[in-house]
Design a protein around this ligand. Structure first.
Ligand SMILES: [Zn+2]
Ligand SMILES: [Zn+2]
Length: 85
């Protein structure tokens, strides 16, 4: 799969999205706008899929919010939410 890369104008966060997907709307960390850049996917980047809108994106650190909608990711992304009682 081919990816396009986007960089945040505010905090410099870089994300990658599948070529076939729309441009991300906001930075997953600070919610600023993003500009398309040419950076190869980082080996440490992990895929995050939004359960709300179904879009996916790659990042090297856990996102705060979805890059496409208003979904907030759990602060401990490796634990399922129902385990946090
Ligand atoms: Zn940002
Ligand atoms: Zn979303």
């Amino acid at each position: 799969m081919e990816f396009r890369s986007f960089e945040c104008k505010g905090c410099g966060t870089v994300i990658w999205v599948p070529e076939t997907q729309d441009d991300p709307l906001y930075c997953p960390i600070c919610r600023s706008g993003m500009t398309e850049v040419e950076i190869k996917p980082d080996e440490k980047a992990k895929v995050f899929t939004c359960p709300e809108c179904g879009n996916e994106f790659l990042m090297t650190k856990p996102p705060y919010k979805c890059a496409y909608c208003n979904y907030t990711f759990p602060t401990t992304p490796y634990l399922r939410q129902e385990e946090r009682l």
